[in-house]
Write a protein that binds this ligand. Sequence first.
Ligand code: PLP
Length: 395
Amino acid sequence: MINWPEMDSKYYMQTIVREPVTIVKGKGARVWDDKGKKYLDFVGGLAVNCLGHCHPEVVNAIKKQASTLIQTSLWYYNPPMLKLAELLVKNSCMDRVFICNSGLEANEGAVKLARRYGVLKLKGAYEVITTFESFHGRSLAMTAATGQPKMQEPFKPLPNGFINVKNNDIEAIKSATTKKTCAVMLEPIQAEGGVNVPDDDYLKKVREWCDQKGILLILDEVQTGIGRLGALFGYMLYGIEPDVLTLAKGLGGGVPIGAFLAKEKCAVLTLGDHNATFGGNPLTSAAAYATLKYVIDNDVAGNAREVGKYLMDKLEGLKSNYPFITEVRGRGLLVAMYFNKEIAKSVVNACIDKGLLVNRLKPNAIRFIPPLIILNKHVDEAIGILDSVLSGIKG
Ligand SMILES: *Cc1c(COP(=O)(O)O)cnc(C)c1O
């Protein structure tokens, strides 16, 4: 039998401490390791597999497209890319789409667009205000946008033009706004940064401020989009519309794809401004079209909302039994549980032993980001495992 962890340590860049599981197969909310052991998957490819593993609609779309046409480049029209763009526009407040390959690429595109907007409409303004504890991706520019010093420090000097300010604080955004500001970029709920749910009226206040100043509001919905929070897009829950929206993770149902979308008034990128070799790739676009169509037609977001509530209730139940659980927070199926000590690693490992995958969010927090198609019975199963793991921890 091949020792995969050994191969990893020999050949792969060692940039992450992986969990001790080699996943070889998945179906629905389950995955199997190389020894045939089955797990309930509450990580879902890191908030990516919104329809679970190998959903038949997605698999069939990929199979069909793979034997028809895989890559064209953006120099040609192709049907899956354009069908996906139309579906996104018709189901959001946006007018135009650019399809790329990942979350960071979507955010880079959005920031390029904001800078063009600054040049054309705001006398050369170029700065983008973002928040501490945000996460926008791992390119150098997105590292500067990501307000986490520990990620920035090793890679200095970073591109300039990003101002990180306190999260969930409209006054911090106001006082950072100058003539140089072209946009504010936020996640509706900071995900990687800790599942930090802002005040209900925060986004509305930011929207009003951006309108007042004539600057763009970019929402990074790479993690919160495609039903995760219980609405197709997170902004729908907060009674506002962004000017620019970025998507990735859930969009392709597992294949790598991203997109940035803009309202007509600020869709200012023109000929020659932007391109990507794999942008609008027919294979990934076909998978994304099938995913998004299924999510919309079957109200998968509504399921995420209902099952998410059930999950939060059950986790709150655990919290009242275990005093070392300090907080349960989130929305829809983006949920975190916090502890008063650094036990996330041991909790995650004990869950693995018992057949449940959950995500280590911080040394003292775990995250639940399961497929959006899970049912209450999956929650019951996960809670049962978690309960037995937590009961083994000395309070
Ligand atoms: C994951 C994530 C990104 C980065 O996406 P990649 O596809 O890893 O580049 C950006 N923003 C948010 C909110 C994310 O959750």
